[in-house]
Design a binder for this molecule. Structure first.
Ligand code: MN
Length: 241
C-alpha cells in the first residue's frame, strides 16, 4: 500500500509540475507566475479625498484636512510600503533578523492606512443625522437603540487612552456589530473585525482646530460630518463576505 501511495503521489506531482510548465511556456498566466513572484505586489497609494479639502468646513478645517491627508495619512502609506519592501528583502536574502521590527511596522502602518482610508469616506459635507434601514435595525438589535449605539461610540472614542480611534466594526466570524477602541492604530481590536465607522482622535486629527477639546471634535464628527450612507454600504459589503 505504501508503495502504491508513493506512486500515486509521484504521478500527482508530475501532473501538477507539468501543468505549471505548460502554463509558463504558453503564458496562460499573464506574465507567468514566476515573473509575478519576482516582481512582488504593487506598492500602496494614497487614495484621493472623496471631496475638496475645504468641503467639510466649518466643522473640519481645510488646513487640518490637507495636513492630515497629505502628510499624516501619506506617511502611513510610505511606512507600509517600506515594511513590505523589507519583507521582500528578507524573503530574498533569507535573513529574517528584522522580522520583529518589520512585522510591528506592518501592523502599525498597515492599520494606519486602512483606518484613514475608511475615515475619509466616513465623512461628507452636510453629514450627521441617523442611520436608516438594515444598519439602524442591526444597531438597535445589538445596542438596544441607535441612540445608545451612538452614545457608546462617542463615549468610547472620547475615552481612548493616548492616540487612537473609536471604531464601529462588523465581525463576520460572530455575526456581531462591535464598538471598540483602537490605541495607536493596531491595538485593542477583535481579530476579523471589519471597520465600518472610525473616528480619529490622534491629536493630529483635531488639535489645530479644536485644541485640547477632543470631545468637541468627536461631537462635530457625529453631528455634522458622519456619512451614514457610507457606513451602511460598508455594513452590507461586510455581511456578504
Ligand atoms: Mn490620523
Amino acid at each position: 500500500m505504501a508503495e502504491r501511495r508513493s506512486e500515486l503521489g509521484r504521478r500527482e506531482f508530475l501532473r501538477v509540475a507539468g501543468a505549471g510548465a505548460l502554463a509558463a511556456s504558453t503564458s496562460i498566466l499573464p506574465g507567468g507566475a514566476a515573473a509575478l513572484a519576482a516582481q512582488g505586489p504593487s506598492p500602496h497609494e494614497l487614495p484621493p479625498l472623496p471631496y475638496a479639502p475645504d468641503a467639510l468646513e466649518p466643522y473640519y478645517s481645510q488646513q487640518t484636512v490637507e495636513l492630515h491627508h497629505g502628510k499624516h495619512h501619506a506617511a502611513y502609506v510610505k511606512g507600509l510600503n517600506e515594511a513590505e519592501a523589507k519583507i521582500a528583502e528578507m524573503a530574498q536574502s533569507g535573513d529574517f533578523g528584522q522580522a520583529k521590527a518589520t512585522c510591528k511596522a506592518l501592523a502599525f502602518h498597515g492599520s494606519g492606512h486602512v483606518l484613514h482610508s475608511v475615515f475619509w469616506t466616513n465623512m461628507r459635507p452636510g453629514g450627521g443625522g441617523d442611520p436608516q434601514g438594515p444598519l439602524a435595525y442591526a444597531l438597535s438589535l445589538e445596542f438596544r437603540s441607535v441612540d445608545a449605539a451612538k452614545s457608546l461610540f462617542v463615549a468610547a472614542t472620547n475615552a481612548v487612552e493616548g492616540s487612537g480611534w473609536g471604531v464601529l466594526a462588523y465581525v463576520p466570524e460572530t455575526n456581531r456589530l462591535v464598538i471598540l477602541q483602537a490605541e495607536k492604530h493596531e491595538n485593542l481590536t477583535q481579530w476579523g473585525a471589519i471597520p465600518l465607522l472610525v473616528c480619529d482622535v490622534w491629536e493630529h486629527a483635531y488639535y489645530l482646530q479644536y485644541q485640547n477639546k477632543r470631545a468637541d471634535w468627536v461631537a462635530a464628527f457625529m453631528e455634522h460630518l458622519v456619512n451614514w450612507d457610507d457606513v451602511a454600504a460598508r455594513f452590507e459589503a461586510a455581511r456578504r463576505r
